[in-house]
Design a binder for this molecule. Structure first.
Ligand code: KG4
Ligand code: ZN
Length: 341
C-alpha cells in the first residue's frame, strides 16, 4: 500500500511516499527555518504563508521522485494535530482536496505518533510494544507504545518542552535558532561541568521540568553581566546540554526499569541530540535493553513519518471524511472513534 504523507504543522512543508509503512520511496522537505531564524523563532503567520507557497510543488516533487502519479497512490495521510493551527490547516485542506479529487482515502495522523513512526522507517525489525521518549519543540513525553495506534503517556514535561528549552537558552546565549543544533555545536568546545545547574523538581516519577533550568541559565548570564563578567558560551552550552540529556535519559531509563520494558526508543527533533543518544545508549546497554534510534534525517519534522503512521492508522480503520478539521492540541492517546478524526 503506497501512502502519500503531508506535514505542515510547524515550519517544514513536507511530502513523502512510503510503501507499507516501512519503505521510503520519496521524501521532500521545504523549510522556512532560515527566514524564521531572523526572528529568533517560528512566526506562525510566516510559516502559514510559506506552506501555502510550497505545498503544491513539494507534493508534486514527492510524487515525481517516487515515479508515480496521484492515481498510483492508495491513501493521503496528513498531520491534523497538534501544531500551529494556521500551518496545520494548510496541509489538512490540501490533503482533503487531493483525496477528494483523486478519490483516495484521507487519513488523519497525530504529529507525535508520526515522530514515533520514523523509527519504523529506520528499523524494519522494530515492532511495538516499546517505550519511547518523544522530545520535540512542543512536547516531551515518555510514551508506552502498546501497538501501532495505542499509546499510554507515562510522563511528560510540566512546563517547557525539551526542544523549547534548547531554543530559549540559545537565544539567551546569543546562539541562532533553532537552538538544539546551535547549543549542541557550541557545547562541543565546552566543559559540561563548568556551571552547576539545578535539576528542577517534577511531580510524577517520569515527569520532567525545564523551566527552572532555563531561568538558571538566564540568571547566570544576567548576574555575570551586572558584575561586568562574561559567560563562557561553550561551557554554559555544554553544562545545559549535559543537564537536559541526563534528565531525559534518567527518566526514560527509570520508566523502562519500573515497567519492565525491554525495548527503548527515542523520537522527535531532540532525538538528534548526540549527548542524549549516547547517555541512553550507555544506560540501555548496562540494563540489557534494546535501543532503537531514528536516523538523524528523520528526527526533525518530515512527511515520511506521517506516511508511515498513516499506513498503520488506515489499517486500524482511522480514515476520515471531508469534515476533518485541524486541531492545535490533542493528546497522543486520543480516542480515534470519539475525536474529530
Ligand atoms: O520535532 P521537531 O523537528 O519539531 C517539532 O515538532 O517541534 O523538533 C524541533 C525541536 C527544536 O526545538 C530544536 O531546537 C530541537 O528539536 N532540536 C534539538 C536538536 N536538533 C533539533 N535539540 C537538541 N539537540 C539537537 N541536536
Ligand atoms: Zn515535530
Amino acid at each position: 500500500m503506497l501512502v502519500l504523507g503531508i506535514e505542515s504543522s510547524c515550519d517544514e512543508t513536507a511530502a513523502a511516499l512510503v510503501e507499507d509503512g516501512r519503505i521510503l520511496r520519496s521524501n521532500v522537505i521545504a523549510t522556512s527555518v532560515a527566514e524564521q531564524a531572523l526572528y529568533g523563532g517560528v512566526v506562525p503567520e510566516i510559516a502559514s504563508r510559506r506552506h501555502i507557497e510550497s505545498i503544491s510543488p513539494t507534493v508534486q516533487k514527492a510524487l515525481a521522485d517516487a515515479g508515480v502519479t496521484l492515481s498510483g497512490i492508495d491513501a493521503v495521510a496528513v498531520t491534523f494535530a497538534p501544531g500551529l493551527i494556521g500551518a496545520v490547516l494548510v496541509g489538512v485542506n490540501f490533503a482533503k482536496g487531493l483525496a477528494y479529487s483523486a478519490n483516495k482515502p484521507l487519513v488523519p495522523v497525530h504529529h507525535l505518533r508520526g515522530h514515533i513512526a520514523a523509527l519504523y522507517l529506520t528499523h524494519p525489525e522494530l515492532e511495538p510494544p516499546f517505550l519511547c521518549l518523544v522530545a520535540s519543540g512542543g512536547h516531551s513525553h515518555i510514551v508506552k507504545v502498546e501497538d501501532y495506534t495505542h499509546f499510554a503517556v507515562l510522563g511528560r514535561t510540566v512546563d517547557d518542552a525539551a526542544g523549547e528549552a534548547f531554543d530559549k537558552v540559545a537565544r539567551t546565549l546569543g546562539l541562532p535558532y533553532p537552538g538544539g543544533p546551535s547549543v549542541s555545536k557550541a557545547a562541543k568546545e565546552g566543559d559540561p561541568h563548568a556551571y552547576h545547574l539545578p535539576t528542577p523538581h517534577a511531580p510524577g516519577p517520569y515527569d520532567v521540568s525545564f523551566s527552572g533550568l532555563k531561568t538558571a541559565v538566564l540568571n547566570a548570564v544576567n548576574q555575570a553581566r551586572m558584575k561586568g563578567e562574561t559567560i563562557r558560551v561553550p561551557d554554559m552550552a555544554a553544562s545545559f546540554e549535559e543537564k537536559v540529556a541526563r534528565i531525559l535519559a534518567d527518566k526514560l531509563l527509570a520508566a523502562a526499569r519500573d515497567t519492565g520494558a525491554s525495548t527503548l526508543c527515542l523520537a522527535g527533533g531532540v532525538a538528534a541530540n548526540r549527548r542524549l543518544r549516547s547517555l541512553v545508549n550507555e544506560g540501555a546497554q548496562k540494563a540489557g535493553m534494546r535501543l532503537f534510534l531514528p536516523e538523524l534525517a528523520l528526527c526533525g519534522d518530515n512527511a515520511a513519518m506521517i506516511a508511515a503512521q498513516g499506513y498503520y492508522e488506515y489499517r486500524a480503520g482511522h480514515a476520515a471524511g471531508l469534515e476533518l478539521n485541524g486541531l492545535p492540541t490533542l493528546p497522543i492517546d486520543y480516542d480515534c472513534a470519539g475525536s474529530d478524526a
